[in-house]
Design a protein around this ligand. Structure first.
Ligand code: ZN
Length: 62
């Protein structure tokens, strides 16, 4: 019998689906896309796209 076989650990591959179903992400307040922030994040959460647009907008508004 192969000694090494008993200590083999079962495959624990984390798929993308598992990762997507992991922590709940807050919705973007503008486009309702999932953001990279957790739902517990305080304040308005913005997805990277809207955050970038808002940053540009606020930078231009004097
Ligand atoms: Zn957005």
């Amino acid at each position: 019998m192969d000694d090494a076989s008993y200590c083999e650990t079962p495959a624990t591959t984390i798929t993308e689906a598992d990762a997507a179903a992991g922590p709940p992400f807050a919705e973007c307040v503008l486009c309702r896309e999932p953001t990279e922030y957790p739902e517990s994040a305080k304040g308005a959460t913005l997805c990277p796209v809207c955050a970038w647009q808002e940053a540009g907008r606020s930078a231009c508004s004097g």
